[in-house]
Design a protein around this ligand. Structure first.
Ligand code: GLN
Length: 517
């Protein structure tokens, strides 16, 4: 056999490197088996190959090729000069960042015309923690405008396509981050989850995505959508990678007043240890007759895996799941209407041209009408209406009451005292259906909102949740589309959540499956 020419060798290497998990890459970089520069080059080449063009995935709004390579070479230099122990736990690992997180480099657009040219003067805490751990930021990923949506179709920069079938959506709003990880453009990405925007796209693209407990990850530098619900979290192709990323981004930050001052979790070292006599609660509401057959199947498959691992399956009742969507779609738009008031074309955001005879109100309304897309405008109107005098109690206060009931429902099933079933985690589908077609729900906001049926409750209750790939659905057009299942755990129990997710992953034998792209 003739040895491969240098060119061939590079291709082989590149293909392999994009398949590496974050932990495998980090270890290979530390041991000198590969370099951070090669890892960055491989991911950038993959982005070039699959992300642009008419039928490209369109996961990225911007990439930073030169800067990424520069940073990667610095990591390589440090490994060579100072030794592998001196670099962080994500040394040389390429990452993708949802474009609603500030980075003091490039633009932070939130997928909006309003912020098309906005350059942040600072970097979000969670992103900075990744960088401090040695991660290499490849670029900023596409999202539904201001993170409002479940399909990444509501982006000023065009829709992101699902790597499994490019006529379908990747879910949203963090669809770009999910698609980037699924399509091997990056092993790790950050998203934000206000009502499901990490877990739902993770489910629809066949990757792992975690929304940590509210208060676990600093929101400083995350452009606010609904502040009492927003939380940043990681996407990866394995539970172990997500566990490691959690350890890095979690922790107290005095710049976020809702950041909780408790020690960061140690998920990475715990993740491989199965939980003895794990009690898995399955709400009867999870076995909804409206679930797609493949979703129902995936749920039963997950239950089977847990049973085979000696876990105990406990039937539980979470009646307030039914009220989640109604409460969320009052509370989230109400907070959004207030948070987005700052984009007035004067202090923040795109400024419209107005005539000499027009007044300040025209400037505001013209700027906002031009800068915001239809869905964002709908949310602002919904929220403003719900908060207006005369309607406040009927809508907003009622929604807050429902939110409290959702929280109490979860408290009850996690508790042992008071006759509670004392489950360790709750298992449900991540979404009612696998990925739908681009355009399919575009004219039906309510159908789009129902995508979040299984995810919003975690945000309302402030608890942690993770979506784990649990199978492939055969769609009626012959396409194979991923299906995810979701686990919830009580506040600040991310270690437990990751261990339980890892048990599921080990029993489902999913990791080697890749989109046909
Ligand atoms: N899909 C939900 C919405 O449109 C959730 C979005 C999110 O979590 N950012 O509001």
């Amino acid at each position: 056999m003739t040895p491969p020419s240098p060119g061939q060798n590079a291709t082989i290497l590149a293909v392999e490197l994009t398949d590496f998990s974050a932990i495998e890459l980090r270890d290979a970089i530390r041991s000198g088996e590969t370099s951070a520069a090669d890892a960055a080059r491989a991911c950038l080449a993959r982005i070039e190959e699959v992300d642009s063009g008419e039928n490209g995935v369109n996961a990225f709004i911007q990439t930073f090729p030169e800067r990424a390579l520069e940073q990667a070479m610095k990591i390589d230099e440090r490994v060579a000069k100072e030794g592998a122990e001196t670099v962080g736990p994500l040394a040389g690992v390429p990452v993708a960042i949802k474009d609603n997180m500030c980075l003091a480099h490039g633009r932070t657009t939130c997928g909006s015309r309003m912020l098309e040219n906005y350059e942040s003067p600072f970097t979000a805490t969670a992103v900075q923690r990744l960088i401090d751990a040695g991660a290499i930021v490849l670029g900023k990923t596409n999202l539904d405008e201001f993170a409002m949506g479940s399909s990444t179709e509501h982006s000023y920069f065009g829709p992101t396509r699902n790597p499994w079938d490019r006529s379908r959506v990747p879910g949203g709003s963090s669809g770009g981050s999910a698609a980037a990880v699924a399509a091997r453009m990056a092993p790790l990405a950050l998203g934000s989850d206000t009502g499901g925007s990490i877990r739902q796209p993770a489910g629809l693209t066949g990757v792992v995505g975690c929304k940590p407990t509210y208060g676990r990850v600093s929101r400083w530098g995350l452009v606010a959508f609904a502040s009492s619900l927003d939380q940043i979290g990681p996407f990866g192709r394995t539970v172990s990678d997500v566990a490691l990323a959690l350890d890095v981004i979690c922790g107290f930050d005095e710049l976020d007043s809702t950041s909780v001052n408790t020690s960061a979790p140690a998920c990475a070292q715990a993740v491989d240890a199965p939980i003895n006599k794990l009690r898995v609660g399955v709400p009867k509401q999870a076995r909804n007759e409206k679930n797609h057959p493949a979703v129902a199947e995936a749920l039963e498959r997950a239950i089977g895996v847990y049973q085979s691992l000696g876990a105990q399956i406990v039937d539980i009742d979470l009646p307030t799941i039914e009220y989640g969507i109604a409460a969320y779609y009052i509370i989230a738009p109400a907070e959004a209407s207030s948070n987005l008031a700052r984009f007035d074309g004067v202090r923040y955001g795109r400024r419209a041209e107005i005539g000499a005879h027009e007044d300040l109100i025209s400037l505001y309304s013209r700027s906002r009408a031009e800068g915001f897309g239809e869905e964002v405008q709908r949310r602002i109107m919904l929220g403003t209406f719900a908060l207006s005098s005369g309607y406040y109690d009927a809508y907003y206060t009622t929604a807050l009451r429902a939110r409290r009931l959702v929280k109490e429902d979860f408290d009850r099933v996690f508790a042992t005292e008071g006759g509670g079933p004392g489950v360790d985690v709750v298992l449900s589908p991540s979404t009612p259906t696998p990925a739908f077609r681009i355009g399919e729900k575009a004219d039906d906001p309510l159908a789009m909102y129902l995508e979040d049926y299984y995810t919003v409750t975690a945000n309302l209750a402030g608890i942690a949740g993770v979506s784990v790939p649990a199978g492939l659905a055969s769609m009626d057009d012959g396409v194979r589309a991923p299906v995810g299942v979701q686990l919830f755990s009580p506040p600040f129990s991310e270690e437990r959540l990751m261990r339980a997710a890892n048990m599921l992953e080990s029993g489902l034998d999913w990791n080697d499956r890749r989109p046909p792209l």
